[in-house]
Each structure stands twice: as structure tokens, then as C-alpha cells.
Design a protein around this ligand. Structure first.
Ligand SMILES: [Zn+2]
Length: 199
């Protein structure tokens, strides 16, 4: 496998953290902090959790990256047990799970894993696949898959990985002629999957 389900999820979390901004998300939910580049007090964003449902003097604070850690945080010293990062903030605002918050942020920031850009990534020299050395085709497919793994639906991704694993496992360095036929078949299969994209 080029990437396990866990690794893929880890990748999604990293991507979300890299792209999203707590400042932007707070603004989106109508709680724009006063400054983007330094911390400032603000009224608690979670009045349902806050003592009497009211925050008469601002009890919360937004901290830009670098001020309290290497990522932006939100903290209310009345109702927030520990500082929230952007994922935690979305989770609490929407009252959803960690995984759902990741999905929400992917939607907000249009992070997609559903298409691969063949126009951009497809090598035009590889049009006549039947005449190509299967080893080269295999390497090419593997590269294409690796380069585009962020844009695949998980199921399609796993299927293509499985086929690539099969190709790899069936290839015999010492006796290539026996495996060439099978290798070519599998390679073509991958090619079709990559061209069709996810289902
Ligand atoms: Zn609070």
C-alpha cells in the first residue's frame, strides 16, 4: 500500500491545519477577533457553555500563531478547558465530531480529493500503452498515483493501490517474460482507473 487509511486521514488533518486559519473561521462564524496579528480580548463565542449564558466582560481571547504556540488558538477562561485550535473551534461551534470538523473545513476551503487532473498530469508520450514496457508503465502509474493521491476518493485510491501492489508482487526480475503479459494487463487496468478517475 502506498498510503493506509490512517495515513490518509493524517494527511487530511495536516492539510486542513496548513490551509485553514482560525482568524478566518472565527470571522466566518461572526466572531471576528479585533486584530489578526496580535491577541485581544473578545466576548466568549460559546454562550451555551458559558456560566449564565452571558459574558458581560469579555472573557475570551484570540491568540495569533506564535503568541501562545505555533498555531492560532482561542481560549475562554470561564468555559474552555483548554485552548482550541481551528479544528476544535469548528467542532465546538457546530457541536460535531473531530472527523466531521475536518470534513467541514475541507468544504470551507474547497480541499478536494475527488478528481485527478489528467489534463495537467497525463504524459502525452504514453498514449500507446500496449507498446510500452510494462515496468515503465508501472513506474509511471505509480508516480501518477502518488502525485495525485490528495485528489482521490479513498475507495478508488485503495483499489488502485491494490492493483499496483499486485503488479509489483507479480513482477519477476529474473524471469520477466513470464510476468510481462500479466503485468501489462494490470497496468492497463490501472491506466483505465486513473483515466476514469474515481467512481
Ligand atoms: Zn466562555
Amino acid at each position: 500500500m502506498l498510503l493506509t487509511k490512517e495515513e490518509f486521514f493524517k494527511h487530511r488533518i495536516e492539510k486542513v491545519k496548513e490551509i485553514s486559519s482560525l482568524f478566518g473561521i472565527m470571522s466566518r462564524y461572526g466572531h471576528a477577533p479585533r486584530y489578526e496579528d496580535r491577541s485581544a480580548q473578545l466576548h466568549c463565542c460559546f454562550l451555551d457553555y458559558h456560566s449564565s449564558g452571558r459574558d458581560t466582560k469579555p472573557s475570551a481571547r484570540y491568540y495569533p500563531k506564535g503568541e501562545r504556540g505555533d498555531f492560532e488558538t482561542y481560549y475562554c477562561w470561564v468555559c474552555t478547558p483548554k485552548p482550541l485550535d481551528v479544528i476544535g473551534f469548528v467542532q465546538r461551534t457546530e457541536d460535531i465530531s473531530f472527523g466531521q470538523a475536518i470534513h467541514k473545513l475541507e468544504q470551507f476551503y474547497s480541499i478536494q480529493y475527488e478528481d485527478i487532473d489528467l489534463e495537467k498530469d497525463f504524459d502525452p508520450t504514453l498514449t500507446h500503452t500496449s507498446k510500452i514496457d510494462p515496468k515503465i508503465l508501472f513506474r509511471y502509474n505509480e508516480k501518477l498515483l502518488k502525485d495525485n493521491r490528495m485528489f482521490f476518493k479513498l475507495e478508488s485510491f485503495k483499489r488502485v493501490c491494490y492493483v499496483l501492489d499486485k503488479i509489483y508482487a507479480s513482477y519477476d526480475e529474473n524471469n520477466p517474460t513470464i510476468t510481462v503479459k500479466r503485468l501489462t494487463e494490470w497496468s492497463k487496468k490501472v491506466q483505465v482507473m486513473l483515466q476514469k478517475g474515481p467512481e
